[in-house]
Ligand binder design. Structure first.
Ligand code: HEM
Length: 112
């Protein structure tokens, strides 16, 4: 079964481009190359996590319905083979920092 295929982080990290984008959500590895092109807020949100861990933000986006959670299984390429002590990059903090700066700028210009 394709689902059982074990994929190392080293392999995921190679798929870090706009035309070849794999992400990690929980223990699954997903090929979101096609979904990135049609992603409602734009490709940027998914591109930021290309070849990386995306679980934290993916689960917190309230606009991600049950359907999105279920549908993602169609894009699953395998299961992540975790290696003890291996650090997997995650750009959630970068996203949050970026969002806070934008919100602060908007608030500044609206309230001044
Ligand atoms: C602030 C960040 C994000 C926003 C506002 C956002 C918003 C959305 C919206 C509105 C949809 C459509 C929902 C629907 O059809 O019911 C969607 C779908 C989806 N999003 Fe996001 N998203 C964000 C980040 C991410 C991230 C980080 C990932 C994974 C790396 C991701 C993966 C997906 C996937 C796989 C779908 C389903 C696409 C499909 O089946 O065609 N999103 N997102």
């Amino acid at each position: 079964m394709a689902d059982k295929k074990e994929i190392t982080y080293q392999e995921v990290a190679k798929h870090n481009k706009a035309d070849d984008c794999w992400v990690i959500i929980d223990n699954g590895v997903y090929n979101l190359t096609e979904q990135m092109k049609t992603h409602p807020p734009g490709p940027f949100m998914i591109k930021l996590f290309a070849g990386k861990e995306a679980t934290w933000l993916f689960k917190r986006v309230l606009l991600h319905s049950e359907k999105v959670f279920k549908n993602k299984e169609k894009y699953r390429v395998g299961t992540l083979k975790r290696v003890e002590g291996e650090k997997i990059p995650n750009n959630s903090q970068l996203f949050i920092t970026f969002a806070i700066i934008i919100i602060a700028l908007v608030a500044f210009f609206l309230l001044k």
